[in-house]
Design a protein around this ligand. Sequence first.
Ligand code: AMP
Ligand code: GLY
Length: 428
Amino acid sequence: MITLPRSILVVGSGGREHALVRALLASPARPRVICAPGNAGIAQDAACFGVAADRVDDLVALAQRERIEFVVVGPEVPLSLGLADRLIAAGIPVYGPKADGARLEASKVFTKQILLKYGIPTAPAEFFSEVPPALAYLRTRKIPIVIKADGLAAGKGVIVAQTPAEAEAAVRDMLAGGKFGAAGRQILVEDCLFGEETSILVVVSGRDYVILPTSQDHKRVGEGDTGPNTGGMGTYSPAEVVTPALLQRIDAEIVRPSVDAIAAEGIDYRGTLFVGVMLTPEGPSVIEYNARFGDPETQVVLPRIANDLLALLWVATRGQLAGVALVTLPIQALCVVIAARGYPDAYPKGEVITIPAALPAGVSILHAGTATDSAGRVVTNGGRVIGVTALAPTLRGAADLAYAVCDEIGCASKYFRRDIGARQLARG
Ligand code: AMP
Ligand code: GLY
């Protein structure tokens, strides 16, 4: 018998963290769950403390003051700043990799070097820190071509250039124009992959791992996958394009070799490894690693797991994941993100949001960029505002349920995509 922790701190303030808080509160162990900094919706479920997710020292102090026995970290920034290292040094177990593991997300050059070194399928790429050799290399490659800033750039550091001029401009912007600051001091010029993307979330504990249910995200802001990339406008799970046979192939060719490669590099990884996979005609290929749960993937993946999430994350953290089996529920989940119009560029904040008091069975509302104003009203406080997640026996049923609730949510600059799940729905 393992003893589960009784007090948990969740770090972050998005829909992903709201989903984590709900799932941890649902544990039969009935833990106390607090969140920092949280949002208006999380505050309805758990006590929130106004410590920003990048204030590592203050988060450690908060965990100590509140006698926290387990910390679950949502976003990548605190991980890459070494929050896990600091908590471990303070004797507090944490789910989420140390800074060495978080580099898999924080440095695209580091990740590409690992992928190439261990022969894990990925697009061919070269690294550059000077403009002339990058331009010379560009002339030897086909269009479209992908230009990536090395460091964290909140999802904006990737340009899929459709013309040579666009590719050249991206190279100059990043290397000479300082467009992404230090994150763009080094770039990757990478061949373009074609196919559908899928998000493979893996709970990793050293060399042991469990693959969570599959999902697909809609990254572009506009319907029909048009417009700029965002953090994600909606998801569904399972991703039926990933058949059981394909998942086995992804496991054998990508997940197992990735987990082994990370361990072989001397990284003791305990946390979620999120593998962005492109399903190309030649087979699955790695687009990126993230060192955390996906947002909004988490909102559709967690409700499809029958296991106690607290126990799962805890045994992964303690190095006791071997032999744990995942139990997946045969249900379809779909999440629609409601954003503030203008996102991912400039958008208004502080608009009052009205949410229906009663929700149909199977629907949950998870907050992202929301806050409470001085009059106690819930107001917008970010680009992605709220997610509506629905569970149903069919994807069509889940979409109908979610969209009925989206239509009832009031907010002056409400924007959402009407076509979440469209590709899978069209496959029938
Ligand atoms: P990343 O920040 O690495 O997730 O990249 C953002 C998005 O750019 C991905 O979700 C893909 O849609 C796209 N992307 C990145 N690399 C490639 C590639 N080699 N080929 C095609 N699309 C890509
Ligand atoms: N939804 C994509 C991500 O979390 O990176």
